[in-house]
Design a protein around this ligand. Sequence first.
Ligand SMILES: Cc1cc2nc3c(=O)[nH]c(=O)nc-3n(C[C@H](O)[C@H](O)[C@H](O)COP(=O)(O)OP(=O)(O)OC[C@H]3O[C@@H](n4cnc5c(N)ncnc54)[C@H](O)[C@@H]3O)c2cc1C
Length: 427
Amino acid sequence: MKNEKKDKVVILGAGLTGLTAAHFLENPSSGGKAIKPFILEKQDIAGGLCRTEEKEGFSFDHTGHLLHFKKKDSIWKKFIEGELRIDLKKHSRAASIHIMNTLVPYPFQYHLAYLPKDEKEKCVRDYLKVYKTGAPAGASFRQWAEHSFGRRMASLFFLPYNQKLWNFNLNKMSTDWMGRFVPGPDAGKILRGAEKKDPSQSAGYNASFYYPRSGGIGQLPAALAKGKNIVFNASIKQIDFTAKKIFFEGGNMAYDRLISTIPLPELLGYLKGAPQNAAAKKLKWTGVYNMNIAVKKNFSKLGHWIYFPHGKIPFYRIGFLSNFSALPDGFSTIYIESSYRSERKKTSGASVMKFFNIKSDEIIVRKDIDIPYAYVIYDMAREKTLAGIQDFLSRCGIISTGRFGGWKYSTMEEAMQDGFDAASSSV
Ligand SMILES: Cc1cc2nc3c(=O)[nH]c(=O)nc-3n(C[C@H](O)[C@H](O)[C@H](O)COP(=O)(O)OP(=O)(O)OC[C@H]3O[C@@H](n4cnc5c(N)ncnc54)[C@H](O)[C@@H]3O)c2cc1C
């Protein structure tokens, strides 16, 4: 439209959410005004959690990043393949859980026949005590696990695994985050899976997934970042939300509209005098320490990933990237994940090598990645705290969205949707 004043839009963060928002603001087909926003990014590269790092010819994602779309005909699958021109390959999940020195196919509850006979019987007996009543409304995660699956299944997998992942008191954690991420109990499948070994019994949001046919997941943000106005290494000092001005090292920038995709505690820290700064202290999250190795050894029989619930094993999950992103025969890339809250727990390389019988001369490359913001903790106070913060931000005219801007457990597909929604409501 001629002579129409275009608002100056600034986006904080060049992860998938921020980049998608910029893409649709620039693209009038989404109803935008062909606005070219500025993106302020603190790193020297775009992509956020969805980056792929290269080292000595090997690619490593920030732990496993697999695409699982909510709908078969997802518009985001079409967008990635059509507009971003990335060739995706579909995989049927092959995942297992390391329990009692054996690998039980995932989901655990549908594969009890893989356990020693007495353990299997205890699991079924405890499940039959609870299957009619299930979990009470408003249950904590611990209550949900014990009342949905029975005490034995809860104590073998659900509780120790989630304790390791969240590093948080499971009595104080809600179940609001689970949605499609944690498959609930299905009595028929539990009992069938206890009767005989049937690896085909599957469930869950990621029973199949997509991944680029070649290269890493970082191709998504790399394609979106092309031609965007990104200020890298931006070190924000303060945001004056009344004057609508951002001050960063070396300059300042005025805005009409602000879309923030950076973690809420950081955003609130920049808003001087914001009454919600006290609320920010109530937000809880975990970090993930991600050790990656490329080894001269074949792990093609171990599937895509393995969960490790046992408290004495320092990592909670290990994934075999080379089993969905092919490498030459005889080589493997492995990602090892451990989580931390107050202090960073570096995964010990020795423990991984011992576990998988890898000799030191078989390791070709090691690349460690620290992810300080990895998973939002859904404690009982999250919903109320978040509502207060978002209400304040919207009164300041700031859209805060994405995984840590929206403070939620969400996927890459949801990040793109969040970016699209933010762009649509900013024009
Ligand atoms: C361990 C792990 C595994 C995951 N696995 C999957 C998976 O298998 N499948 C899936 O779909 N999703 C997965 N996800 C989720 C997925 O990574 C995210 O949903 C998505 O990448 C979030 O994008 P975002 O843009 O909202 O946030 P981010 O990627 O966090 O982007 C935020 C950006 O803001 C920048 N930033 C931060 N602070 C500042 C600041 N102060 N100033 C300026 N810039 C700043 C950051 O550098 C970053 O670039 C996983 C996430 C994690 C942590």
